[in-house]
Design a protein around this ligand. Structure first.
Ligand code: SF4
Length: 98
């Protein structure tokens, strides 16, 4: 069953991906807290109101992608095996690189 979740759109039928690294660009983070709401066991806000990782447990890849997708500034980059970037997708990367 298809849903409207960001992770479904990003991952499509490829459910076998393994998240190996998550990087938060503190310069892009505006402290909106969306990532913390979706994955409170992975993300928290520091004293500067910037997100940081509180765990390296990346087993729930769909939720990590969902948290990254929820970020209004695409401050969260998610990588998989071989350093492949899983998020943001190519059509949103120009926003990060600008
Ligand atoms: S959703 Fe994005 S902007 Fe908001 S706290 Fe998380 S990383 Fe920062």
């Amino acid at each position: 069953m298809k849903t409207n979740r960001g992770s479904d759109r990003i991952l499509g039928d490829n459910r076998q991906v393994r998240v190996t690294e998550v990087i938060i660009d503190r310069a892009l983070c505006i402290g909106a807290g969306n990532c913390c709401g979706i994955a409170p066991d992975l993300f928290d806000l520091d004293d500067d109101g910037k997100a940081y990782l509180i765990s390296g447990d990346f087993d729930d890849h769909s939720r990590i992608i969902e948290a990254a997708w929820s970020c209004p500034t695409d401050a969260i980059a998610v990588f998989g095996d071989g350093g492949n970037i899983l998020y943001p997708p190519p059509d949103r990367r120009s926003f990060r690189d600008a």
